[in-house]
Design a protein around this ligand. Structure first.
Ligand code: QZP
Length: 403
């Protein structure tokens, strides 16, 4: 008998195309079914979809570990799809060492130092987007703004060559798909990434990283003995995996939120200093990283419900961010809200180590937009890029009405 037999079972597949395209009805069903639910299609998994339990799981890294993978696969029994990340898919003491390095590389001081360059580039990208918009009547926000901005500023900060950066998008798409089942979206992204995998690892070599950049600073930490020389390129790989697709689609999701809520955009246009909190609320309302797993390291409990060792715990981060038990008017995008405690960056010791840079990118793009543009309108249907983990766009056509 399955020891989880008291936990209610749902016959929904979070990775089915219709749920990837519109996850919100599924989130409501999961939250309202109980604090922990099971899924008929995934017998090794329990699901948390409410804010309280997700917060509890993420803040107990001793019991709910990452080293067995943060996707559906359990690395204790299944071969990892790629060599394990030294920070994402690691626990103490390895995680402690790698986290310390990346925290230092992307410290508050670093964020202050990069701000002026990032701001100048945000202004340049928006000026150019407005020119294109004037010429063509509309733009694809993804092609003109959301993709190029992080691909310029964050990849420059890491210190990789300008050539071939679009390969990073294929790689990120695959990494985030690999955290779900081996379904069609995963298989297709793997096919696309095969030709670029070698390129990705080459960019992690010290010789290919600009001296002084984030990548080179990781190599300096290896030189100082904090990690081994073999580990350095693997930690550079984490920056290439985590820092592009996430911010790119967060810029997409933010504009999607604002175009859907003209009255909220009007407030931002009237007071561009609201840019940072408008971006933050977009992360809550339309969370870019939708899901993440932990693995129960031992027999334990969630909300008083016994959970067996080796169970994969699927945490529906985007659902926590719209849980009415946590948020008044949870489905409302309200730029005045200040959504402290949202889980779009995770929480606890694995909480996003680059979040200050992600916030900087969001703030600067929305500030540059708010100063130039009076109104945003959808200019035709958008197309989603279905991904097992990310809420992502292929195209997002918008019309920018100049101020
Ligand atoms: C991806 C890595 C949202 C996170 C899962 C993003 C992410 C973080 C780290 C890595 C990959 O270390 O490869």
């Amino acid at each position: 008998m399955n020891e989880h037999s008291d936990i209610p079972v749902l016959d929904v597949d979070p990775y089915a195309p219709e749920n990837l395209a519109d996850p919100y009805p599924m989130h409501t069903l999961m939250r309202d079914t109980g604090p922990v639910v099971r899924l008929k299609a995934y017998p090794t998994v329990v699901v948390c979809a409410r804010h309280q339990e997700i917060h509890a799981v993420f803040n107990n890294a001793q019991t709910f570990i990452s080293g067995a993978g943060v996707g559906l696969a359990n690395f204790n029994t299944e071969e990892p799809f790629r060599p394990k990340s030294l920070i994402l898919e690691a626990d103490a003491p390895l995680h402690t060492a790698t986290r310390a390095i990346l925290s230092r590389v992307m410290s508050p001081k670093t964020v202050m130092q990069i701000r002026a360059d990032f701001a100048a580039e945000a202004e340049r990208v928006l000026d150019q987007a407005l020119e294109r918009n004037q010429a063509n009547g509309s733009i694809d926000w993804m092609a003109e703004v959301a993709n190029p901005f992080p691909l310029k500023v964050f990849a420059d900060s890491i210190g990789i060559a300008a050539q071939g950066r679009e390969n990073l998008l294929l790689y990120g798409d695959m990494v985030f798909n690999s955290m779900g089942p081996r379904n069609e979206v995963f298989e297709k992204s793997v096919e696309r990434v095969i030709p670029v995998t070698q390129w990705i690892m080459q960019q992690c070599d010290r010789a290919n990283l600009r001296p002084g950049g984030f990548g080179d600073q990781i190599w300096q930490a290896a030189e100082a003995g904090e990690i081994t020389m073999e580990q350095a390129p693997m930690l550079v790989r984490s920056l290439l995996s985590a820092g592009l697709d996430t911010t790119i689609n967060s810029l997409g999701n933010a504009i999607y939120a604002l175009a859907h809520h003209p009255e909220e955009y009007a407030k931002l246009h009237a007071d561009p200093s609201l840019a940072r909190q408008a971006f933050e609320e977009a992360l809550r309302w339309e969370s870019t990283v939708q899901t993440f797993f932990r693995t129960a390291n031992t027999d334990c409990e969630i909300a008083g419900i016994p959970i067996q060792a080796q169970t994969k715990v699927l945490c529906m981060l985007a659902s926590a961010n719209r849980d009415p038990r946590k948020w008044p008017n949870a489905d409302t995008y309200d730029i005045a809200r200040k959504p402290v405690g949202h889980t779009a960056f995770g929480t606890g010791i694995h909480g996003c180590v680059g979040q200050a840079i992600a916030r900087l990118e969001g703030e600067l793009i929305l500030t540059a937009l708010a100063k130039r543009v009076k109104r945003i309108e959808f200019a035709g249907p958008h197309s989603r890029r279905l991904n097992n983990t990310l809420r992502a766009f292929d195209t997002l056509p918008v019309r920018l009405v100049a101020a």
